[in-house]
Design a binder for this molecule. Structure first.
Ligand SMILES: Nc1nc2c(c(=O)[nH]1)N[C@H]1C(S)=C(S)[C@@H](COP(=O)(O)OP(=O)(O)OC[C@H]3O[C@@H](n4cnc5c(=O)[nH]c(N)nc54)[C@H](O)[C@@H]3O)O[C@H]1N2
Ligand SMILES: Nc1nc2c(c(=O)[nH]1)N[C@H]1C(S)=C(S)[C@@H](COP(=O)(O)OP(=O)(O)OC[C@H]3O[C@@H](n4cnc5c(=O)[nH]c(N)nc54)[C@H](O)[C@@H]3O)O[C@H]1N2
Ligand code: SF4
Ligand SMILES: [Mo]
Length: 717
């Protein structure tokens, strides 16, 4: 029996306590959790039924969270490498020994090469405002190490979205049930944003149409009223083609466009270059379908677009998102409750950059290096001076998750590289560490969560004591700072104090939200407008939707949040302020020469049962997810003499991975799909999809262009 929220906090009997939690994983849903503790042991983790967006359910990955917490494979003590690099052989040492060794090695490296020879490497293994992306920034900025640019994800989409609308939450996902026409554009919501589904379901019960635009007939696409199997990387052309139809057929909301947008004439001119017939050729869709989609979308209001993240992961991903973003303003979808567009509604969370990054420590001119190119960094291909001599990894598993895997591994094998990894498990990356450090899981630490999929702040209270000698990331950096002799106040703050520092509680969106309230109910909704752009009011320089963007952006511009708060950067190539279509770097159409050898586009699907590489070592999750595989269209399989279940090699000049083939027309001819997250060391031939992906960037925000890769597939010998 679950009581009211207030009772629940107080629900503490001799036998059990129920504690408010929040899922820490890199997922837009940021579920509110309840953790039941009996005699110091967590016995149940479930969804908080009071939370209006996540509604008491956890996904299949996290409903067994305690398998992670109590896994016999968890790292519980600091360890030092005893075997060869990569052998995964370690001996237990004390925290003092570990910290001394890190300090001594860091100091040696600083004396010999300068602090920039040390590079942090982290991402969103933990999403918390305390323990997440920015947890080490103050420490590394103070140390003067290389500044790491972390753009595995969302930096490109965010830049494109901000260029158009500025930092607005857009359409609140809580209002999707009011939509009459929902487009999931490159978003496999049933796997990746599952708590949006009940809202979509409710809308459909009231007659809404669901369109899914995805090269693959995913489990989400299978549920759609209409699945549009666009060619990868051509979404920008599709959106420009839709606008062509909307403008030519006078379906524009001219009043909205006149009052609340800038650059319409230029946009009109641009889209005139994209008639449906041309767009049909680019996208591989029928011209009639493009026309129908444009008509339905424009005339069925409120219409809403949910942008997935995969869209950005192409050479032209940013301009693609720019083009799509223009659609809701053109048809006036923003006028209505449930109309508009949802990118990642993280912008109204008033995160205090100065408190999370401490950019005042950054010495002007400190170099910035992007970790998507980690393989090139560590193998010397980028000719960095000084070379990277120490890598400090936390919240991240680059060996499975970053491109050009073989180079990363070769780099990590370097005897002269000192590698530290803070982890829950001996991942493919941790195997190469010189020092491994034990990290707490979410039920063992305090955190405060923002979300990139809804507009609630969620509190996570520690429910149990950490096992062994595991410590939170915040504690790790407190200890490291003390060992390095850093005396600044920010390195002395407790987690409770940090929780008060990281958000601006006086911001308008935080009205009425206090720590007391969060402790009472576990979460609180930001104060935001549910129809924010009924009358324009876009937070752009012009106050309008900018078809022609006035934001200064070039190809090297990356939002400071992804670069330890650093604002200084080397300007790159100019970016067209009008949306346009930029073809993929690697495709049959844009690069026929390469396609002669490697004719298939490789996409990676987010695994249903893992979060990136998290959980991919746990037996129950592995069983449910099934074996690694590559999905080939029957035509492509037949041409290559490949039958179901045969082990194939997927390869290009960058590398290869071997997996069984699954033959299915759920993918387009010419497109092969491999689920992500499997661990190298648990895989058939010790390699995974990122052996074949490229450490290239997208057109905006230096994001990983991971969806832009040509390969060939052949029977493994
Ligand atoms: N179960 C699960 N959930 C997750 C994650 C996970 O690993 N597992 N990861 C989390 C993270 S880090 C992220 S970033 C999000 C990502 O969330 P999503 O963006 O929804 O996930 P993806 O699987 O990367 O891509 C979604 C769909 O886009 C399609 N796609 C690929 N390229 C293109 C293209 O060029 N055009 C179009 N229209 N579609 C394309 C893919 O076929 C895929 O079905 O999910 C989060 N949630
Ligand atoms: N081919 C291909 N590659 C991709 C993608 C793709 O679609 N295709 N997607 C990209 C995207 S969108 C993303 S977001 C990235 C994700 O890349 P990563 O963030 O590197 O992915 P994870 O596998 O989640 O690794 C996070 C690690 O952090 C650890 N961790 C979790 N909590 C804590 C903690 O509290 N403390 C410490 N010290 N460690 C912790 C976890 O155990 C895990 O091993 O991958 C990118 N790579
Ligand atoms: S991974 Fe996502 S859907 Fe699953 S529990 Fe965590 S936040 Fe919720
Ligand atoms: Mo991501």
């Amino acid at each position: 029996m679950v009581g009211t929220a207030v009772e629940r906090t107080a629900e503490k009997t001799a036998e059990k306590t129920v504690v408010y939690g929040a899922c820490p994983h890199d997922c837009p849903d940021t579920c509110a959790m309840l953790v039941t503790v009996e005699e110091g042991r967590a016995v149940k983790v479930e969804g908080n039924p009071d939370h209006p967006f996540t509604r008491g359910t956890l996904c299949g990955k996290v409903s067994d969270y305690l398998d992670r917490v109590y896994s016999p494979d968890r790292i519980l003590y600091p360890m030092r490498r005893v075997g060869a690099k990569g052998s995964g052989q370690f001996e237990r040492i004390s925290w003092d020994e570990a910290l001394d060794e890190i300090r001594d090695r860091f100091q040696q490296i600083i004396t010999e090469y300068g602090a920039e020879a040390i590079m942090p490497c982290s991402y969103l293994g933990h999403e918390g405002l305390l323990n997440g992306l920015t947890v080490g920034d103050a420490f590394f900025n103070r140390l003067g190490s290389t500044i790491t640019e972390r753009t595995f994800c969302i930096s490109c989409t965010s830049t494109a979205y901000l260029m158009t609308y500025g930092p607005t939450h857009g359409t609140d996902p809580d209002t999707f049930n009011h939509s009459k026409y929902i487009i999931l554009w490159g978003c496999n919501a049933l796997s990746t944003n599952v708590h949006l589904w009940p809202f979509i379901k409710e809308a459909r019960q009231q007659g809404s149409k669901l369109v899914v635009i995805d090269p693959v007939r995913t489990r989400t696409a299978q549920q759609a009223d209409w699945h549009i199997p666009v060619r990868p990387g051509t979404d920008g052309a599709l959106a420009l083609g839709m606008m062509h139809v909307i403008i030519n057929e006078n379906l524009v909301d001219t009043d909205y466009v006149e009052q609340y947008t800038v650059g319409y004439e230029a946009l009109k001119e641009r889209v005139s270059q994209y008639p449906p017939e041309r767009v049909a050729e680019i996208t591989g869709l029928a011209a009639e379908d493009i026309i129908t989609l444009a008509r339905e979308y424009a005339t069925t209001q409120p219409s809403v677009i949910r942008l997935g993240v995969a869209l950005e992961k192409q050479a032209g991903g940013g301009q693609g998102v720019r083009a799509i973003s223009c659609l809701p303003a053109l048809v006036g979808a923003w006028r209505h409750l449930g109309g508009g567009m949802l990118q990642a509604p993280m912008w109204p969370f008033p995160i205090r950059g100065e408190a999370v990054h401490h950019p005042e420590f950054i010495k002007p001119g400190t170099r910035v290096v992007n970790q998507w190119q980690l393989g090139r960094v560590l193998t010397g291909e980028l000719n960095l001076d000084p070379p990277v001599k120490a890598l400090f990894v936390y919240n991240c598993n680059p060996v499975t998750q970053a491109a050009e895997q073989d180079k990363i591994v070769a780099g990590l094998m370097r005897e002269d590289l000192f590698t530290v990894v803070s982890e829950h498990f001996l991942t493919d990356t941790a195997d190469y560490a010189d020092i491994v450090l034990p990290a707490t899981t979410q039920v063992e630490n305090l955190d405060l969560m923002f979300s990139w999929g809804h507009t609630y702040v969620t509190l996570n209270l520690p429910a149990i004591a950490p096992p062994g000698e595991a410590i939170s990331n915040t504690e790790l950096f407190r200890r490291l700072a003390a060992r390095m002799g850093f005396t600044e106040e920010c390195f002395q703050l407790s987690d409770e104090e940090l929780a008060m520092e990281v958000l601006d509680y006086s911001a308008p969106t935080m009205q009425g939200i206090t720590m007391d309230l969060l402790k009472q109910q576990g979460y609180a909704k930001l104060k935001i407008d549910l129809i924010p752009h009924k009358e324009g009011n876009f937070p752009t320089p012009s106050g309008k939707c900018e078809f022609v963007s006035s934001m200064h952006v070039d190809s090297n511009y990356v939002l400071p949040v992804f670069r330890q708060g650093c604002e200084e950067y080397q300007p790159g190539e100019p970016i067209d302020p009008l949306p346009t279509y930029t073809p993929q770097r690697e495709s049959v159409h844009s690069n026929p020469e390469l396609a002669q050898r490697y004719p298939l586009s490789l996409l990676s699907a987010k695994p249903h049962q893992f979060i990136n590489s998290c959980f991919a070592n746990l037996p129950k999750h592995l069983k449910l997810q099934g074996a690694p595989r590559v999905i080939l269209h029957p035509d492509d399989a037949t041409q290559r003499g490949i039958t179901e279940g045969q082990v194939v090699k997927v390869f290009n000049d960058r590398g290869a991975f071997e997996v069984p083939a699954q033959i299915s027309d759920m993918t387009r001819p010419g497109v092969v799909v491999a689920p992500l997250g499997y661990w190298r060391k648990l895989s058939h031939a010790g390699n995974t999809i990122n052996a074949a992906t490229a450490a290239q960037f997208t057109d905006m925000g230096h994001t990983a262009a991971v969806g832009d890769a040509l390969v060939e597939v052949a029977l493994a010998s």
